[in-house]
Design a binder for this molecule. Structure first.
Ligand SMILES: Cc1cc2nc3c(=O)[nH]c(=O)nc-3n(C[C@H](O)[C@H](O)[C@H](O)COP(=O)(O)OP(=O)(O)OC[C@H]3O[C@@H](n4cnc5c(N)ncnc54)[C@H](O)[C@@H]3O)c2cc1C
Ligand code: FES
Length: 265
């Protein structure tokens, strides 16, 4: 479908927030994503759409995307002005859902860099379904410029723990170190579910850290995507019990036990 840019502003560093107005009404689950492409791919030279998590869906049918400029597609996106037209497809994927049959006392969310984009939406869903549960948010990045959304998460009642690799904000170190430190305190008598979004090596490390604690884990996996709907086979990740999942169609959110994190493909 076609969409118009309502606003597209730099927040800090290479991070931008884009609002686009859709022509069709949609609903979504946090963690679902849209594929975005310039309407005029001939002059932009960008033919493949790029996947972005839905950060916000407003009541008047605007999608908010939080994005980081990393290459040609996102650089092009950052130059789009108000009123520009773009092509948007989706929402795709399964998204995060809250399994109330598990009834955790505590939700732990972990974000690495731009992986934070879908997590305020997830926190809102957690608050709606389990308002009384404890909510912890571990937000990590390379430096303070890579730490986003902490105000939104705090507003939703999350206890936010920031970590940066260069020590410019919060605890110095990887977000996984902060998580490990937290899990090592106390007896872990509480039933906890953990949700994470960030680079795949971060997800693998989390999987190894939480293994002894027997937490329910839900990971949003990263993959290069060309179609977003299960046609190109470009986004395969290895299943734990053999074979492959397509991140765009079977995911991007997987239970941690489903994925073979030792696969290097
Ligand atoms: C399900 C899903 C949801 C995503 N949501 C967001 C989001 O909300 N905000 C956001 O900023 N980004 C998000 N991404 C990543 C985003 O799609 C890529 O950053 C984007 O496609 C890069 O396009 P580009 O043309 O600018 O970069 P390219 O020129 O294609 O690549 C530039 C650099 O970025 C790396 N890169 C490209 N794609 C990815 C990727 N999928 N994962 C990790 N590194 C990549 C390349 O290896 C290369 O080093 C998401 C990815 C997926 C799979
Ligand atoms: S992106 Fe094409 S199959 Fe997943």
């Amino acid at each position: 479908m076609k969409a118009r840019v309502i606003s597209n502003q730099g927040i800090k560093g290479h991070y931008f927030k884009l609002f686009i107005k859709l022509t069709q009404k949609i609903s979504y689950l946090p963690g679902q994503f849209v594929m975005i492409r310039p309407s005029d791919s001939t002059s932009s030279g960008i033919f493949l759409p790029r996947p972005f998590s839905i950060h916000i869906l407003t009541e008047d049918n605007q999608i908010g995307i939080l994005y980081k400029v990393v290459g040609r597609g996102t650089e092009f996106l950052s130059r789009l002005g108000t009123g520009s037209e773009i092509d948007v497809c989706g929402p795709f994927g399964n998204g995060f859902d809250i399994d109330l049959s598990i009834v955790p006392d505590e939700f732990i969310i972990v974000a690495g860099g731009i992986g934070v984009a879908p997590l305020p939406g997830l926190s809102e869903l957690i608050r709606k379904k389990r308002p009384e549960a404890a909510l912890y948010a571990f937000v990590g990045g390379r430096g303070s410029v890579d730490i986003l959304c902490t105000d939104e998460l705090e507003r939703l009642g999350a206890r936010v723990v920031v970590s940066t690799e260069d020590g410019s904000a919060g605890i110095k170190g990887y977000v996984t170190d902060a998580l490990e430190g937290y899990l090592m305190q106390g007896s872990r008598a509480r039933k906890s579910s953990l949700y994470a979004c960030g680079p795949n090596p971060m997800l693998k490390r989390i999987y190894d850290i939480v293994d002894p604690y027997k937490l329910d884990t839900y990971f949003s996996m990263e993959a290069s995507m060309a179609c977003g709907m299960g046609l190109c086979m470009g986004c395969a990740v290895k299943k734990r019990d053999g074979g492959y999942y397509l991140v765009c169609k079977d995911g991007p959110v997987f239970n941690g036990n489903m994925i073979d994190f030792n696969d290097e493909t």
